[in-house]
Design a binder for this molecule. Structure first.
Ligand SMILES: *Cc1c(COP(=O)(O)O)cnc(C)c1O
Length: 439
């Protein structure tokens, strides 16, 4: 039923920003399988994890029992700089499609880094600072995570060393310069500054690199820092999903104000953090038997982890020095074809979503690049926001589902995650506009 009182944007007030993250693992009957130590192949201990990750983050990584974890005050204050994020009713898109469906999206692009990644970057930088570290190391693919982390590190006065996948480093000079402006150092990966980088360069001369390879370099740099640096990761890990639950918690609070219950919740899935965060509180209700929802993960056809991968233990990185995770994976040595949604190129999927998919609690689908850009342009022209190509994967499926409602006459409520803006992806949009984008 059309409720005319629902505004175009549902804004929460600052004191409605959640005070605690929600840990969906606490409500899962089948917990994600434990991470394995790459040397012993036994479940990894907090102490072993804490050699690579910050202590508190290692603890969060292994915590599958506490449902709520309080957000420390300094993180909450930082969140106030760019949150609450609006929940938008896509009236203009609905009208354009002529659909009876009600479409909502949670927009996470309202910060300089341009994506949801800042939600976890600020948490990870905070815990590194609390631990008294000099800085953190990380990898970045398309550059969104590195940008978010460099903002978070500059806020807390931490050093930030970013290994950037070489193709992106060369193709995305603007992202690189945003990171450097916030004080980060940016090294194209593979590089000759690490043993694993030199090995990969020797085996694959001229390679454009991959996320898995950049992860190995960042981990090696942290582990060899004499304890002054730790490695941080922007997706895949359970701790990142935990931090990203702020997306779903805010979205649910906003919908609850108007008594709206989504039938379908859709998100793009690279490593699974935005989708995991968006669905967490809704999935919690489903797991506790309080409500039912359909959840759809959307992946690129060129990196179809959930739809075509196998559910097995695999390394999180190409260099095989990180813990092993049980997840849907295309193989740690998988090198995806170049595509224009760099944030969705990862070979694995977070163990939390992998387990939920394996248990039939959520679905996955894949879409082609040209259909994604068609959806992005349709959306931009009516809703005004220029979406990131990653986000446009979710838009594609939201549009398809809304068009299905048009055929059946169903007034379904669709919620999707609009994870970021596409200003740094204009070369991809150029190819689309010139009609030379391929699948
Ligand atoms: C990184 C990124 C993604 C994919 O990462 P997830 O961990 O799967 O959320 C999606 N959208 C944008 C804008 C990104 O920057």
């Amino acid at each position: 039923m059309k409720n005319e009182k629902i505004p175009y944007k549902i804004y929460l007030s600052e004191d409605e920003i959640p005070r605690a993250w929600y840990n969906v693992r606490a409500d899962m009957k089948n917990k994600p399988a434990p991470l394995l130590d790459p040397v012993t192949r036994r479940p990894i201990t907090e102490d072993a994890l804490a050699e690579v990750f910050c202590r508190e983050l290692a603890r969060q990584e292994l915590d599958d029992t506490n449902a709520y974890i309080e957000i420390p005050e300094p993180i909450h204050s930082f969140y106030k700089m760019y949150r609450p994020a609006p929940l938008v009713r896509a009236y203009c898109l609905e009208e354009k499609l002529g659909t009876p469906a009600h479409i909502y999206y949670k927009f996470e692009g309202n910060n300089t880094s341009g994506s949801h990644k800042l939600n976890s970057a600020i948490a990870q930088a905070y815990y590194a600072k609390e631990q008294g570290l000099a800085g953190v190391t990380t990898e970045t693919g398309a550059g969104q995570w590195g940008t978010a982390l460099s903002m978070a590190c500059s806020y807390f006065g931490l050093d930030c060393k970013v290994f950037m996948v070489k193709v992106s480093h060369d193709q995305k000079p603007h992202r690189r310069e945003v990171m450097r402006t916030y004080g980060a150092s940016v090294t194209p990966s593979p590089s000759d500054t690490t043993a694993v980088g030199r090995k990969i360069l020797a085996e694959h001369p001229g390679t454009g690199g991959s996320l898995g390879c950049a992860i190995s370099e960042a981990v090696e740099t942290a582990v060899n820092s004499g304890g002054r640096y730790r490695y941080v990761l922007g997706s895949v890990l359970s701790q990142v999903l935990l931090h990203q639950s702020i997306i779903g918690l805010e979205a649910k609070t906003a919908l609850d104000k108007y008594g709206v219950k989504p039938d379908l919740i859709i998100g793009c899935a690279g490593g699974g953090s935005n989708l995991g965060g968006l669905i967490s509180p809704f999935m919690g209700e489903k797991l506790r038997g309080e409500a039912d929802y359909r959840f759809i993960a959307v992946e690129p056809a060129s990196c179809p982890t959930l739809t075509r991968g196998v559910y097995a233990y695999d390394y999180c990185d190409t260099g095989m020095i990180c813990p092993l995770a049980k997840m849907y994976t295309l193989g740690a040595s998988f090198m995806p074809a170049p595509m224009h949604a760099g944030g969705l190129r990862y070979h694995g999927m977070t163990p939390v979503l992998s387990q939920l998919c394996a248990d039939g609690l959520m679905e996955a689908t894949s879409v082609t690049q040209t259909s994604v850009f068609d959806a992005a342009v349709t959306f931009a022209r009516v809703e005004g926001i220029l979406p990131a190509p990653e986000s446009a994967h979710a838009i594609r499926v939201a549009i398809d589902e809304a068009l299905r409602c048009k055929e059946t006459g169903e007034e379904k409520v669709i919620l999707f995650g609009l994870t970021g803006t596409g200003y740094f992806d204009m070369m991809s949009y150029a190819k689309h506009n010139d009609g030379i984008l391929t699948d």
